[in-house]
Design a protein around this ligand. Sequence first.
Ligand SMILES: [Mg+2]
Length: 130
Amino acid sequence: MEKYRVLIIDDEEDFVETIVKRLRDRGLDAEGALSGPEGLQILENKDFDVIILDVKMPKMSGIETLREIKKKKPLVEVIMLTGHGSVESGIQGLQLGAFNYVMKPVPLDELLKQMNQAYERKLIEEERNH
Ligand SMILES: [Mg+2]
């Protein structure tokens, strides 16, 4: 797998730690953030290819975070993490330019499949924008 850059933004610390470790084990350049503002701060200093974004977070929701991400980095591909009660936010995310949404808990292989597809799309979009 190509070593692309992934940012995980989720307020569940254990989830972020685990997923970052597992993605790094698979050879990806993965980082984690525990809130929308923290994720946006990281984006100020580093470019990412794919962002995994929780919709349900205190202070700044995933949808608000997505709007800011797309303003700053329109080409980054975002996969929203929804729960049973937040599928509508996932759909709203698609309307705001997210690549896709997946329902928690998502098996790692399924998430990786989505991430790889998102990365492929980013490469195509970058080519088109050249
Ligand atoms: Mg959450």
